[in-house]
Design a binder for this molecule. Sequence first.
Ligand SMILES: Nc1ncnc2c1ncn2[C@@H]1O[C@H](COP(=O)(O)OP(=O)(O)O)[C@@H](O)[C@H]1O
Ligand SMILES: [Mg+2]
Length: 372
Amino acid sequence: MEIQAIELAHFRNYQGLQINFTPGVNIFVGANGQGKTNLLESIALLSGGGSHRDARDAEMVQWQEEYYRIKATVRSDGQSVALELAFGGERRKLAKVNGRKLRRIAELSETLNTVVFSPEDLSLVKGSPAQRRRFLDRELSQASPAYGDVLSRYARVVTQRNNLLRRFREGAVTAAELELWDDQLAPLAVELLGRRLDGLARIAPYARQIYRGLSRDREQLELTYRSSFPLPEDRLRWLEVYRAALKDRRAEEIARQSTLTGPHRDDLQLFLNGRDARTYGSQGQQRSIALSLKLAEIAYIHQIKGEYPLVLLDDVMSELDPDRRQQLLAELESKHIQVFITTTHLHAFLPEQLGRAGIFRIQAGQLSRRSE
Ligand SMILES: Nc1ncnc2c1ncn2[C@@H]1O[C@H](COP(=O)(O)OP(=O)(O)O)[C@@H](O)[C@H]1O
Ligand SMILES: [Mg+2]
């Protein structure tokens, strides 16, 4: 898949912008605060998973304006497709494919997929479990909007159940009412777990293989899903085991007014040669793992969709050492993936890479295309 042209109206510091991209590598170069990440963000939004920096829609509307609108001409599945995403003004949020309004914004991912790689991803291994869950959730939602659906329904029930736990302590809610919420929570939790484990089972072999290549066969990466309650082999038993786990911790949950067991508490564990990479991995190894996970995400989307996603690299070139940088670019170019890169300067690139790339200089929300 590929974005051929994009048109922005009142998006962040872009009053109006209309630009054509190249099918290969596109480089956005400019000083800090000029709008490089903003432009990348607008591309990421077109795959329906929200802002890669978790911005709210209202923040992305240009100051003093009423709405933002992003339009793009995309090639997907051999077809030329018109995408549109708008927020604000009279309507709340609206997405269209070829002029047809989508029921849910997340359905954009049926046409366009993006994998974003930013400096925070380099700390995926070291970061909190929440960061690794988010990685998995974003990835699996892109591959299947149904996953995102289950995830958001589950998250809603957890929030409501937490409110209930608070009110239970105040005596405003009965134990029977709590049980009713467990009836809602448990099947969603179990479905989410099943989907996560299935997804991980498909991603893990790619990550292992890619890591093996990056470490030149020296180290072995293992990914393990760590559930907040013991998961029996037999999936048909998950529901009852989860309900039992909820019961076990009921008193503690009431005391802490929070749901303590379930997929919102789980983690993705990463091991190198059998040792926890979070504790024992060097910074270089941790970065290679993060890179492998991202490249595995790209391969996984390709496996599901039959096409590679767009890859957005936000400020990662300067964060990677020259070796990993060249490995990454060569890998993406060899697969003919459309890539968007932000950078403050061009010396991270080889002359022949620059020769093939589309280079856009960005200054205060204005773009000029330049040839090297
Ligand atoms: N909603 C908005 N309306 C107008 N300008 C915005 C908005 N949000 C952010 N900006 C501006 O965008 C700039 C940051 O752009 P960004 O793309 O993050 O920079 P960089 O080029 O460093 O990646 C800042 O100057 C900020 O003032
Ligand atoms: Mg930036």
